[in-house]
Design a protein around this ligand. Structure first.
Ligand code: RUQ
Ligand code: CUA
Length: 660
């Protein structure tokens, strides 16, 4: 509704201005000037639609004239859709839905394309084909603690996997399975120069998810924090240079890497230091009660640089092919410390200057702030008590710097460039704005609270977790939408709300219904930091290898090659034909089929579907894609281009003739 108001209002404004200055073909319409004010027609629309001055402001702040580009791109997790969404800000237009862990037919992802199938299969578990996922926390690659616009990482909580997306083409390039854990959560978070992508376990299991009765929870169940080494030149995580740190079965939660003064350190929360094992059906306290008994859980503080040294010095044990720093080594090498943190901690976020670490406990109305300086002093002073595993728990008062009471259910914190922090309040359904103070704990105070609709989980601010936040926009990723949109049945869209951070007061300026879910974290980058390709660099490109494909086919060189029962097809696509158009094979043939889109024009993508064979491809300009089929039954099939690429697109087809 608001969107159509925005459009109507702005259309009228533009039409009014155009009418005044005379229409020229390529002239940009003149902007309204403050002296002239809004045209009377705009005021009429506003009053007939009952728009308040705030509504008009919001509309003007978010409307993007046709052809103009958004200032920011937000990468939002698509949750258990297994995808990542790229959304333009401030318009909140969905630009792309990037397939990651789940098949997606439009992008030709997981419907035959051979190297995509191989990549998806690399994420299989115990030989089982896994084609679902639960994406939570996207992380943009960073250089010196700032987004560099090159790569995006995303975790799959359900299967403990990590994926790499290349932002030259916004496509997934790699999926990696952690060999020791079955679910992750504190991932993905990058170190300031993307040396490593951090991944923490969520639910503890015996390593390698082997069987062990739950009665052996304390002895046998464990978590790990894995440091996946990133090879920027290859654009891949390198398992050969990656390692894990063993941690107690405390259910590690979100993480964040230190920066500037805290560079080298990283922080992960935990929620089940009770080591509760549930069993409501056996008369035991259910997990929800068992996990929330203690007043304090442990913030995990680990030094990834020291861990890297220990790994390189061979102080690891290989478990399921992964080098693991065991807990006793972590203690001996000064790698891992704990700090108590109140009441079911969830989010942990490092301030832009790297000096403070903000933890939010879901059942505590305040955020708890630790100072890196105090943590380092407590470590130097050995101001700690051991936990049941012998790991040092730092004295809370020695490391706690301040606490700020914000409201009910604080979860996640982001930052602006004016010295303020923003924390989502799940139970209050609000965003709290508070002052990031300095040495004096009294200076850390709540400034303002704004209701959002409803049950906000994560929030993302423009460049809001870098060393240099922008302070322009913040998006509340709400868990419930309830009454915000026209009814679409019992499964509701997610409600992403855009907030303007630049005014005297916080204001919600856009409600975006996101038709997939459930989004968790998002990151918002200045759009001009991303240098995406318009077309692939060369005709005959393999996007997974990001190199010329050995199966590239030039026009005039299309062919069908037979070798016994193996048939290889080299096909080209260009407006408006596929060559060859007759693919004549025999029942029982195994077919390897390569298609090269020989177009070099911007946006000249050809799709390809072969009905009856579950094949769906998207072949972008310059791309070569391969797939294989077994022609096990004679018949006549049609294949065709699925993108309406030209006036004669319907004619862009061919027949697969399988002779008995
Ligand atoms: S976690 S709110 Cu992964 Cu906060 Cu979703
Ligand atoms: Cu190519 Cu339609």
């Amino acid at each position: 509704m608001k969107r159509s108001i925005t459009l109507a209002l702005l259309l009228l404004l533009i039409v009014g201005v155009l009418a005044g200055c005379g229409r020229k073909k390529e002239a940009t319409p003149e902007a309204v000037s403050p002296e002239a004010g809004l045209p009377a027609s705009a005021m009429e629309i506003a009053s007939s639609r009952g728009l308040s001055p705030e509504d008009i402001n919001a509309a003007l702040k978010t409307y993007m004239p046709s052809g103009k580009w958004d200032e920011y791109i937000m990468f939002a997790s698509g949750g258990h859709s297994g995808q990542v969404l790229a959304i333009g800000l401030p318009s909140m237009r969905i630009l792309k839905n990037i397939a990651v862990f789940t098949p997606e037919a439009w992008q030709g992802y997981g419907f035959g394309a051979k190297d995509i199938e191989e990549m998806l299969d690399a994420g299989n578990v115990d030989g089982r084909k896994i084609r679902m996922g639960d994406t939570h926390h996207p992380a943009l690659s960073e250089t010196e603690g700032d987004y560099d616009g090159q790569f995006l990482f995303i975790n799959d909580k359900a299967n403990a996997r990590t994926a790499v997306i290349d932002l030259r083409d916004f496509e997934t390039k790699q999926i990696l399975k952690d060999p020791n854990i079955i679910s992750n959560h504190g991932s993905t978070f990058v170190t300031p120069n993307t040396e490593y992508v951090i991944q923490g376990t969520q639910y503890a299991t015996p390593l390698g998810w082997e069987y062990a009765p739950i009665s052996e929870y304390q002895e046998k169940y464990r978590g790990v924090i894995t440091l996946w080494k990133f090879d920027r030149d290859k654009g891949r995580l390198d398992p050969e240079q990656s390692f894990s740190i063993e941690v107690p079965p405390y259910w590690q939660d979100l993480c964040d890497a230190g920066k500037l003064v805290s560079n080298g350190w990283a922080f992960c929360n935990s929620i089940n230091t009770e080591m509760a094992t549930g069993g409501i059906e056996k008369g035991n306290p259910p997990f929800e009660a068992g996990v929330s008994q203690r007043d304090m859980d442990y913030l995990h503080i680990f030094n990834w640089q020291r861990a890297e040294e220990a790994y390189k010095a061979g102080k690891t044990e290989e478990i399921n092919g992964m080098p693991v720093i065991r807990m006793d080594t972590a203690v001996a090498e000064g790698i891992l410390y704990f700090a108590p943190e109140p009441k079911s901690p969830h989010g942990v976020d490092v301030t832009p200057d790297g000096k403070y670490i903000v933890a939010a406990g879901k059942l505590d109305p305040q955020v708890t702030i630790y100072s890196m300086e105090k943590i380092e002093k407590a470590i130097a002073d050995q101001n700690w008590e051991p936990d049941p595993f012998g790991l040092p728990v730092l004295n809370f008062d020695a490391v706690n710097h301040a606490q700020v009471e914000l409201g009910l259910g604080p979860l996640h914190t982001q930052f602006d460039n004016q010295g303020f922090a923003y924390t989502s309040l799940f139970l209050d359904s609000a965003i709290a704005k508070w002052k990031v103070g300095g040495d004096n704990p009294e200076d850390w105070v709540l400034v303002e609270k704004l209701p959002v609709q409803y049950n906000v989980g994560h929030i993302a601010a423009a460049e809001g977790d870098t060393v240099d936040p922008d302070g322009t926009y913040l998006v509340a990723l709400n868990k419930w939408a309830v009454d915000r949109f026209a009814p679409v049945g019992p499964l509701l869209p997610q409600n992403l709300q855009l907030l303007d951070l630049t005014g005297d007061k916080l204001q919600v300026i856009y409600d975006m219904a996101m038709g997939v879910g459930e989004p968790h974290y998002a990151q918002i980058i200045k759009a001009d930091k991303i240098q995406a390709w318009n077309t692939y660099p060369e005709v005959g490109w393999d996007p997974i290898a990001q190199a010329p494909s050995p199966y590239a086919t030039k026009p005039g060189e299309e062919k069908i090659v037979r070798d016994g029962n193996n048939v290889e097809i080299f096909m080209t696509s260009v407006r408006s034909h596929l060559t060859p158009e007759h693919v004549e094979i025999k029942e029982g043939d195994h077919v390897t089929w390569h298609i090269t889109n020989i177009e070099t024009a911007h946006d000249a993508t050809h799709g390809f579907q072969l009905g009856g064979y579950n094949i769906s491809l998207s072949i972008e300009p310059g791309e070569t894609v391969s797939f294989e089929i077994d022609a096990d039954k004679s018949g006549t099939y049609a294949f065709y281009c699925t993108e309406f690429c030209s006036a004669l697109h319907l004619e862009m087809m061919g027949y697969l003739l399988v002779e008995p």
